[in-house]
Design a protein around this ligand. Structure first.
Ligand code: NAD
Ligand code: IPM
Ligand code: MN
Length: 357
């Protein structure tokens, strides 16, 4: 069976890590006899915007909707295009229009990688962030009033629906059921945000009744971020609203050494639309063009895509290859964010060889 994959590299280091993600996928496909067909699109980047005045062509939805998945790099180049325009014009459109309401982001401290947290070893940080990905704080409801006056006001609403909350909670509880510790933590802020967040808590309590085998707790987002640093071993599956999930899914990977290795899956579980696989990190303008970006986030996202297609053995093999290379911690191979002097290519070469072995 052929899996058709749309490839959108985006901006900055997205352009540098994407070829390595593809190389790793091709190596895995070759080894496991998988049929992956890649189609490259050159829209969804800031140069496209400068040339066309928009991030995507009018018919982007038609062009992409029948693919089995989208393999995505990173978008954004604030010096060329304001971030809210480039991101709302591309990635956030994909998430919404393709109803990718789950953003699944694993955080795992791997052997050979130094955590910035003292005395933490592999196994101490091993959890998933499940982020609501289509509503919540990321709404376009609101506006500006009295513009240009001293009374200028901006309003942006948080939109939470029972349907939207319940479906992400269901996914998170089911994931927790499959994990050895069967534990779910909910990120809230119902002490301060007194309408939407108590509602979120209410839905968590209601959903928890359907999963008596999962132990559930909740923390306000402020102390939860502190506990990620102080007690990362407490967490197994952490579910949060769009914004809280966003914040936790940079903090979690930072606790595992670098956000450069963190992958994500933007999933439409029903399969009505393509799901999208991308690293957690952005286009990193500060290191773009230097060839030093860590390619692991992109490669691991490729592994998540294979798992989504049902190729668990191939996906595990790719992650094992990443782990084997990291465990060696060869300073000439690993990139700067991991404490080495290697490049995108040295690290990617090592992982691709490990996949082929
Ligand atoms: P960023 O993730 O791009 O970079 C944050 C820091 O982490 C930088 O110092 C960067 O050098 C480092 N970093 C990131 N990825 C790395 C990698 N693979 N290897 C080594 N170091 C890495 O976040 P930012 O600086 O807040 O955003 C830059 C641009 O990217 C903005 O336009 C932002 O909107 C966009 N962005 C896009 C996405 C996405 O497309 N999914 C995600 C986050 C940010
Ligand atoms: C992410 C990013 C995006 C988000 C930005 C670039 C809009 O930070 O994928 O985590 O906030 O979702
Ligand atoms: Mn983010």
């Amino acid at each position: 069976m052929t899996h058709r994959i749309a490839v959108i590299a985006g901006d900055g280091i997205g352009q540098e890590v994407m070829p390595e993600g593809l190389r790793a996928l091709e190596a895995a496909a070759n080894r496991f006899k998988l049929d992956l067909a890649f189609t490259h699109f050159d829209f969804g980047n800031c140069d496209y915007y400068l040339a066309h005045g928009k991030m995507l062509p009018e018919d982007w939805f038609e062009q992409l909707k029948d693919f089995d998945a989208i393999f995505f790099g990173a978008v954004g180049w604030p010096e060329k295009v304001p971030d809210h325009i480039s991101l709302w014009g591309s990635l956030l459109q994909f998430r919404r229009r393709f109803d990718q309401y789950i953003n699944l982001r694993p955080c795992r401290l791997m052997a050979g990688v130094k955590s910035p947290l003292a005395n933490r070893k592999p196994g101490d940080v091993d959890f998933y962030v499940v982020r609501e990905n289509t509503e919540g704080e990321y709404s376009s409801v609101g506006g500006k009033m009295y513009e240009g006056t001293e009374r200028e006001i901006v309003i942006q609403e948080t939109v939470m629906s029972r349907f939207g909350i319940d479906r992400v909670l269901k996914y998170a509880f089911e994931l927790a059921q499959k994990r050895p510790r069967r534990k779910l933590t909910s990120a809230t802020k119902s002490n301060g945000i007194a309408i939407t967040m108590p509602y979120w808590d209410e839905r968590v309590d209601a959903m928890a009744k359907n999963y008596p085998d999962v132990s559930t707790d909740k923390y306000h987002i402020d102390i939860l971020t502190a506990n990620f640093v102080l007690h990362p071993d407490w967490f197994d599956v952490v579910v949060g609203s769009n914004l809280f999930g966003d914040i936790l899914s940079d903090l979690g990977p930072a606790c595992t050494g670098t956000i450069g290795i963190a992958p994500s899956a933007n999933i439409n579980p029903e399969g009505t639309f393509p799901s999208l696989f991308e690293p957690v990190h952005g286009s990193a303008p500060d290191i773009a063009g230097k060839g030093v970006a860590n390619p692991i986030g992109q490669i691991w996202s490729g592994a998540m895509m294979l798992e989504h297609f049902g190729y668990k053995a191939a996906a595990d093999h790719m992650v094992n290859a990443i782990e084997a290379v990291l465990a060696q911690a060869n300073p000439l191979v690993i990139t700067r964010d991991l404490g080495g002097q290697g490049t995108t290519l040295t690290l990617s070469d090592a992982i691709v060889s490990a996949i082929c072995r």
